[in-house]
Design a protein around this ligand. Structure first.
Ligand SMILES: [Zn+2]
Length: 116
């Protein structure tokens, strides 16, 4: 059981207030929460085919250094940023993204359930 429910070629839901899409920059899924409830909430235009989320989706994390000698040194961690606007089924990456699609706008890729 993956728990995903696919809503359209590009969008799935993880539970009733959580939407998940593939990020072509990070090559992972990003999710947002919408509607009433606790925690950060986004507005969703209600379209599964051409979703629009507002405000922007900002995902930050850090990864251990590529240098094995610095692997346990968190001060050497690499900071990753993915900052995007999802509008009408397209994803616009802002220039502060650390991945290769920074500054570009692309279609949301097909959603795939790779959790099994
Ligand atoms: Zn991303």
């Amino acid at each position: 059981m993956s728990g995903w429910r696919q809503l359209s070629p590009v969008l799935a839901s993880a539970n009733e207030d959580r939407l998940v899409f593939e990020c072509p920059g990070c090559k992972v899924k990003h999710g947002i929460q919408h509607g009433p409830g606790t925690g950060p909430r986004w507005c969703w235009n209600g379209s599964a085919e051409k979703p629009t989320f507002t405000p922007s989706v900002l995902v930050t994390w850090s990864e251990p250094s590529d240098n094995p000698g610095e692997f346990d040194d968190t001060s050497k961690d690499i900071k990753r940023v993915c900052h995007s606007f999802v509008t009408d089924g397209r994803i616009q990456f802002l220039s502060d993204c650390t991945h290769a699609l920074a500054g570009q706008t692309v279609d949301l890729p097909d959603w795939k359930d790779d959790s099994q």
